[in-house]
Design a protein around this ligand. Sequence first.
Ligand code: MSP
Length: 651
Amino acid sequence: MSNCKKVYVTTPIYYVNDVAHIGHAYTTIIADMLARYSRLVGYETFFLTGTDEHGQKIEQSATKRGKTPKEYADEVSGKFRTLWDDFDITYDKFIRTTDEDHKAGVQKAFQKMFDKGDIYKGNYEGNYCVGCETFFTSAQLIDDEGCPDCGRPTTIVKEESYFFKLSNYEDKLLALYENQPDFILPKAKAKEIVNFVAGGLNDLSISRTSFDWGVKLPDSFGDDKHVMYVWLDALLNYVTALGYGNDEENMDFWPANTQIVGKDILRFHAIFWPAFLMSLELPLPKHIAAHGWWTRDGEKMSKSKGNVVDPREIADAYGLDAFRYFMLREVPFGQDGDFSQRALMDRINSDLGNDLGNLLNRIMGMSGKYFNFKVSSKDVAKFHQKELDEVNALLKNIEEYIFDMQINKYLEDLWKVLTIANKAINDYEPWNMMKNDKEDEAMALVGLIVNIMAKVSILLDSVLPAKVKAISQCLGFEVNNATYKSLIKNEELLGDVVITKIDALFPRIEEELLAGADINKAESIVEKPRKESNKKETTSECENVITIDQFFGTELKIGTILEAVEVPKSKKLLKLQVDIGEEHPRQILAGIKEFYSAEELVGTQACVVANLKPAKLMGMLSEGMLLAAKDENGLSLLRPESKKTSGTKVS
Ligand code: MSP
């Protein structure tokens, strides 16, 4: 675990020649989680993200669109920034490599490396991949031509170039990997880097003359035709963002605690970057943490394949917090993962809906039914020291997982804590305690559950910020550094609290709602899951019965189907206009296409759930649901025996 008071967390800066996809969102969400966590526990935190805007690739993309590189960079950089703003990413600075102070800082660094004797002028001839902005040796090429990273053809480039004496840093780098074994995280990834460096490092060409779109060399070089190699320019953003070479205002945040990168750019960050820093006589970051890649149906995502998953679409459909949780929980840090909506839906229904959301429902139900929503922790330790000990043992060292980048383990342990709470309710059966006049014991049990929920929610704040806000409002306490210290660090309990009822945290997503949509495909998305189906939302803990009032909470009406059309590209959905006696017909999307044709439905009647929260299916609003019964012989709509006036109540 990091003991430093100041924590600096960075994402890579994103190339502006691509649209943001879930891979970019993944890197950013991990960094945002670290930053939020660091702030909560009381570290002074600086979180940097931004865009990488120079280089031949960007120049070419801009030209293709008839724009200047700067116009093009402005546009795409703006889109990244808006996305992160909409995602509530808590960056402290958004750097652009076209920022004047960044460029000035890069020139200062170049000068310093030169003065140190680490830069010399020579000639370069090599196989260059424009897409990856990287030179490769002939031995590295695929079939003597293809780029080993992206497969595209490389071209032979011969040009005058400035070189960085990377070969001078071979031994120092090997010593770094040896002495700082957690410099590269996960540690297992260090091996390939060590092998690469041990295999010998060539000096690095760090300037180009074949294009113009980059940071010029310092004026003192009088060498106008050179621009800096984009990776030198880009890597230096991590220090220029803190004021390096300018006002140095935030340089006390350096060295970074954790620099998050994808595995594809680990080599740049674990070899070039520390070598540049050594040359600049700056301290080295504590961790370069490399995550794996998200694929789609096992394939790399790319615009040309058309299989890019848009993070905004997923977050709009399933909720931002659920998306964050899924990304952080689904795949162990460092490993690759395949994105599927099925897996996302399962996580939401199971981890978030059942384990977390339903526990909060149980708190609201029990506290309301038994204690008029007033809960005291007074006797929790007296009756539940065993459970408290188990909880404290799990939470004691959980923080280490965060800075070791074992985020999935962190979440797994938090879920173990939730299991202690859910199990305690089932084991102690508070409803029987109440029946047997053991009110004190029931209060202690409910108090235990409230405290467990409070502790877990504090530690979930960095993962589910919006939902934790709702939980803390429900439990009547605030998530902040003070409550972190008392409830987590000092293992204390809450005082008396008044519970406030709130809506279900993660309403269950029913598979029927995805009817007609292939749930493994990103283009089929449900926007608002059905709230009513959060099965255990009732306050009856022990009996699966409902009161007549609860039954009448569901408004059932006879509807007349006025229009029916097939939803294109959907195997199951029909779009219906249904008259339920209101001014306008309701639009209802029903997953019944396999059983009814559109034509045969028009003019018939069905029973409609009229007060269902509207949901979006395949981008279209559905304002109700038809009742139907399905068995092995097929599906039948439930209809009145004889025609009824549209809107007639069903009771
Ligand atoms: N501009 C460089 C980084 C310079 S940092 C000094 C760059 N940009 S990028 O836009 O191509 O990638 C940025 C980040 O997104 C990288 O960490 C990369 O690994 C990540 N991802 C891009 N596609 C990804 C997936 N499909 N899955 C997970 N992350 C991936 O590289």
